[in-house]
Design a protein around this ligand. Structure first.
Ligand code: NAD
Length: 283
C-alpha cells in the first residue's frame, strides 16, 4: 500500500470512524473539521471506540496508542499538501461539498486522489469541481465504520482506472470488502435501504404503530439486526433527510419524498444519536 498519509475532512459520525480504521491500519491521518469543538468531539468518540476495542481484546493497548499517535486533528487545510488521498466526509450538502472540494483542490499535490464519502450525491458532478476529475472517486463507507465490512467504490464518468484500482487497494488494505458501483443517486445499498427507512417514518407518521413496534416488527418479522427507525437515528436524521431529498430531486419521482415528520424532527434539532434524541432518547 503506497499511500502513507491521508486526510479526512469532517470529524463527525463517519469522519472520525474512517480516521480510526485507517490509523489502525498503519496510515497517518490528518483529521480536519471547521472548529476545535467538532474535532474534540470526534477525537473523544474515536478514542472511546478504540478503548472499547481494547476491552473486547480485538486490539491491544499499544495498537490503540499507536493509532491515536497517527491521527493529527486540525483545522488548517495546508496539511493536505502531504496527503496521497483525501477523503471528504463532511455534512451531506451539495454546495458545501463543492466548496470544500475546491478548497482541497487548491492545496493538494498533483498525484493526490480525492474521494468523497457522500451517501447520495453525484460523484460525476462533484468530480467536475476539481482540477483532475480523473483522480476523483466515491468511497462510501457504512455506519458504524469499524463494524461494517463494505465499502462501495463509485466511479464518476471521469474516474480513471488507476484511481479506481488505488481505491480498491486502499479498501482492502484497511480490511474492507469493496464493490464497484456506477454513479446514480444513492448508488446501490442506500438506493434500496433508505426508501425502506423512509417508509417506516411514513408508517409512524400515519400512526399505524409506535416506533418500538415498527422496529420490533422489522427485526422479528424480517430478521433485520436493527429496526429502521433505530437505524435512522444511527445514520442521523439530517443525513437521512438530505439523502431522501437528493433521491427525490435526482429521480424526479414522488415515491422518494421525505415525510413531514422527518422534516419537523430535523427542524427541531432531533437528529438521532448524535444529538441525543431522534425516534428514541439517548443518554
Ligand atoms: P455528521 O453530521 O456526523 O458530521 C459532519 C461533520 O462535517 C461535522 O463534524 C461538521 O462540523 C463537519 N463539517 C461541516 N462543514 C465542514 C467543512 N467546511 N470542513 C470540514 N468539516 C466540516 O455527518 P456524517 O454522518 O459523518 O456524514 C458525513 C458524510 O458521510 C455525509 O456525506 C454522509 O452522507 C456520509 N455518510 C453518512 C453515513 C451515516 O450513517 N451517517 C453513512 C455513510 C455515509
Amino acid at each position: 500500500m503506497s499511500i502513507q498519509h491521508i486526510a479526512v475532512i469532517g470529524a463527525g459520525t463517519m469522519g472520525n470512524a474512517i480516521a480510526q480504521i485507517c490509523a489502525l491500519a498503519g496510515i497517518n491521518v490528518a483529521l480536519l473539521d471547521v472548529s476545535d469543538e467538532a474535532l474534540e468531539k470526534g477525537v473523544a468518540t474515536l478514542t472511546a471506540n478504540l478503548e472499547r476495542q481494547v476491552r473486547k481484546e480485538s486490539i491491544s493497548p499499544k495498537d490503540k496508542q499507536d493509532a491515536l499517535a497517527r491521527i493529527s486533528p486540525g483545522t488548517d487545510y495546508a496539511v493536505l499538501s502531504a496527503a496521497g488521498l483525501v477523503i471528504e466526509a463532511a455534512t451531506e450538502n451539495l454546495e458545501l461539498k463543492k466548496r470544500i472540494l475546491k478548497q482541497i483542490d487548491s492545496v493538494v499535490s498533483d498525484h493526490c486522489i480525492i474521494a468523497t464519502n457522500t451517501s447520495s450525491l453525484s460523484i460525476t458532478e462533484l468530480a467536475a469541481v476539481v482540477t483532475q476529475p480523473s483522480r476523483f472517486i466515491g468511497l462510501h463507507f457504512f455506519n458504524p465504520v469499524p463494524l461494517m465490512a463494505l465499502v462501495e467504490v463509485i466511479r464518476g464518468i471521469q474516474t480513471s482506472d488507476v484511481t479506481h484500482a488505488l481505491a480498491i487497494k486502499l479498501a482492502e488494505h484497511i480490511g474492507k470488502s469493496a464493490v464497484t458501483v456506477r454513479n446514480s443517486p444513492g448508488f446501490v445499498v442506500n438506493r434500496i435501504l433508505c426508501p425502506m427507512i423512509n417508509e417506516a417514518i411514513f408508517v409512524l407518521q400515519e400512526g399505524l404503530a409506535c416506533a418500538k413496534d415498527i422496529d420490533t416488527g422489522m427485526q422479528l418479522g424480517c430478521n433485520h439486526p436493527i429496526g429502521p427507525l433505530a437505524l435512522a437515528d444511527l445514520i442521523g436524521l439530517d443525513t437521512m433527510l438530505a439523502i431522501m431529498e437528493s433521491f427525490h430531486q435526482g429521480f424526479d419521482d414522488p415515491k422518494y419524498r421525505p415525510p413531514q415528520l422527518l422534516k419537523e424532527m430535523v427542524a427541531a434539532g432531533y437528529l438521532g444519536r448524535k444529538s441525543g434524541r431522534g425516534f428514541y432518547i439517548y443518554q
